[in-house]
Design a protein around this ligand. Structure first.
Ligand code: 13P
Ligand code: ZN
Length: 264
């Protein structure tokens, strides 16, 4: 099995350690019911040597070429895999994808019987978008945080500015660490290119986006950073909803208090 060879690569092993830790956080948070959520990492820059071509694997033509991912190497969780299983062994519950030299085709190495996440079109198109931005972001994390999803079931919160203002006003850390707030993606069928495209539009001005009545997706320099951004915004949602449950509406930080909370 070719993943044995990948396990021996030090840089990949280190990246997979972070995947395991993050998958454990997602499970412990209660955001990863059954196979909920998936993640991908562009490993190309992490691997110092050009990676030898895969041999024991299968090839697939992409419905849409990703030229900026030519010769790149991605990791993505396998469809149906539980985050609590990814936490135990990301190699056993994930796939490695190597793109050809035009980005029109890729070779996939997966443990026997596993296929890449059903959100693969979204991960590939977003990974290509991140490349085009040249911001050093390599990681994409999708998960199902309860309170943020709950807010997306209520029409007034389906307004990007309104929702971001509420969430950034719940505690200074939200403003400090997720200053761009949250982007909004109107409901689209999971696993579709339409969802991918709508997500990319929202990522132009945000690092975290809310998929209406489904979940959240974040991008960043590593998967733990993606997790932190979602965790902060979901904590804001929890504070907001806790106040509502106690019978009052949270005041939120004042304009002055927000202005005094500069990002680090
Ligand atoms: P996969 O198991 O195919 O990754 O799907 C999980 C999910 O959350 C889909 O949005
Ligand atoms: Zn999902």
């Amino acid at each position: 099995m070719e993943t044995n060879h990948l396990r021996l690569n030090e840089q990949i092993a280190t990246a997979m350690e972070m995947v395991a830790n993050t998958a454990g956080f997602l499970w412990n948070k209660g955001w990863a019911e059954r196979n909920g959520g998936n993640l991908s990492i562009n490993l190309t820059m992490l691997v110092s040597q050009p990676f030898p071509p895969f041999t024991t694997s299968y090839e697939t033509e992409l419905s849409e070429a990703a030229p900026l991912l030519a010769n790149n190497l991605l990791y993505i969780t396998a469809t149906g895999s539980r985050m609590r299983e990814v936490a135990r062994d990301p190699f056993a519950r994930g796939c490695f994808i190597q793109f050809n030299d035009t980005g029109s085709n890729c070779t996939i190495v997966a443990p026997s019987g596993l296929l890449p996440s059903s959100e693969l079109p979204t991960h590939i198109l977003i990974q290509q978008f991140l490349k085009s931005q040249g911001n050093g972001y390599t990681s994409v994390l999708h998960t199902h945080p309860t309170e943020l999803i709950a807010l997306s079931h209520c029409r007034p919160f389906l307004n990007q500015k309104y929702l971001s203002d509420i969430l950034l006003g719940m505690m200074p850390e939200a403003r400090m660490f997720v200053p761009k707030g949250i982007g909004l993606v109107p409901y689209q069928k999971p696993g579709t290119v339409l969802l991918a495209r709508a997500t990319i539009s929202a990522l132009v001005n945000h690092d975290v986006v809310l998929w209406e009545k489904h979940g959240v997706l974040a991008v960043g320099t590593n998967v733990e950073e993606c997790f932190d951004s979602i965790d902060i915004l979901n904590k804001s949602a929890q504070i907001f909803l806790s106040a509502r449950q106690a019978g009052y509406v949270a005041d939120g930080l004042t304009g002055n208090q927000l202005n005094n909370t500069a990002p680090p």
